[in-house]
Design a protein around this ligand. Structure first.
Ligand code: EPU
Length: 342
């Protein structure tokens, strides 16, 4: 049996799997889980951070648990429990409609609620961990639900325990967010947001204004996955030592950086790739987006081999120019096997 995965991942490559199961609630999920240690199952959210190619001898479990409930509240905060299958855009919409603050800077990030904590999604000065309270996840071997606190999730920049030792061990079923009901902490200090608000003559922005500004910025440089296949930022922004950065500045005086600690800085991978001349370059049908060099796109009926060749050529080039290794942000499954870079 073969089920197409083309519409289940935003890169849109032709790909297939042995089976695709759609689970709409916890009961369906528990019934579908194969608890054996040799399980050939893969849990899928919105498919916006995973890329498939070839045929996977796997059962893809599409997590479609959709429900938003108020769990608790106090004078300032509301705790909402969101089903893992709720589309992130709908979480944003729900928050804006009810005037709940804290996630407006994460407007237009594709994907689902359940996938968001795995890589601690972030944009424009906010990360999911800033509003995260806890999550519930089913242990794939035992079927028992475990509640994870924020601390237990071990969030870091595009990282969590679910990409490390808990990888593939749990299915996230719902996530509790702690949002503000009033006195929202507006985060408008990110350069592009400031500029957009100024252009729109907004001096005292509401959460809706911030959401609108972020949408405007993202639409101006990030390709819409429903039109051009892509998975957002392809690489993480590398974190390097301050010493290395100081040495690089001699040769590249305009290299931007963001402080991380006393001894480390983060440099934008998009800048490195752009400066290396990759913007708009293509290998086969896969290309570097011409408005944001950190985004690789399915420009012209690419297949997964084009994309692999392209991203590995970029990694080699960045390594040789700046002595910096670029780590992928996206997960790639080729013929059902996860691709691991050296
Ligand atoms: N830059 C260039 N050329 C490019 C791209 C970027 O010179 O082609 C420079 C920009 O001028 C800027 C710097 O690089 O000085 C950073 O660029 P930008 O603000 O566009 O953000 P980014 O670091 O490329 C990160 C996230 C995005 C998030 C934005 C906004 C990562 C891997 N990516 O991108 O997240 O939307 O910041 O906060 O951290 C995603 O994870 O899929 C994603 C889109």
């Amino acid at each position: 049996m073969s089920h197409s995965l083309q519409k289940l991942h935003t890169f849109g490559f032709q790909a297939s799997a042995a089976q695709v199961l759609h689970c709409k609630n916890n009961v369906e999920l528990l019934q579908s889980l194969d608890k054996s240690t040799k399980s050939k199952q893969l849990i899928l959210g919105g498919g916006s951070n995973i890329i498939f190619g070839g045929h996977a001898d796997l059962t893809i479990i599409k997590n479609e648990i959709k429900d938003i409930q108020i769990l608790d509240q106090d004078a300032h905060h509301i705790y909402i429990r969101v089903g893992a299958g709720v589309i992130w855009a709908d979480v944003i919409q729900h928050a804006l409609q009810h005037n709940y603050g804290g996630i407006e800077n994460l407007t237009l990030i594709p994907g689902t609620m359940g996938a968001a904590p795995i890589q601690n999604i972030g944009a424009y000065g906010i990360e999911l961990r800033d509003v995260f309270h806890s999550l519930a996840a089913v242990d794939r071997r035992t079927g028992v639900t475990k509640e994870f606190s924020k601390k237990e999730c071990r969030f870091d920049y595009r990282e969590s325990i679910f990409k490390q030792e808990a990888k593939n061990k749990y299915v996230i079923t719902d996530v509790t967010l702690r949002l503000t009901k009033r006195d929202h902490q507006i985060k408008a200090d990110y350069g592009a947001i400031k500029k957009t608000l100024e252009q729109n003559s907004i001096t005292n922005p509401t959460i809706q204004d911030i959401s609108n500004a972020v949408a405007q910025i993202r639409m101006s440089k990030l390709p819409d996955p429903s039109i051009i296949g892509n998975a957002g930022s392809f690489f993480k922004n590398p974190i390097i030592s301050k010493n290395k950065y100081t040495a690089l500045l001699e040769k590249y005086p305009n290299m931007p950086s963001y402080p991380i600690s006393d001894s480390q800085v983060k440099v934008p991978a998009g800048w490195l790739i752009d400066q290396a001349g990759w913007k708009g370059k293509a290998i086969g049908g896969a290309a570097v987006h011409d408005k944001q060099a950190l985004v690789l796109i399915n420009k012209n009926n690419a297949d997964i081999s084009d994309l692999i060749q392209l991203y590995q050529s970029i990694q080699l080039d960045i390594q040789s120019r700046y002595d910096i290794s670029l780590e992928r942000e996206v997960t790639i499954y080729k013929n059902g096997v996860e691709l691991i870079d050296d």
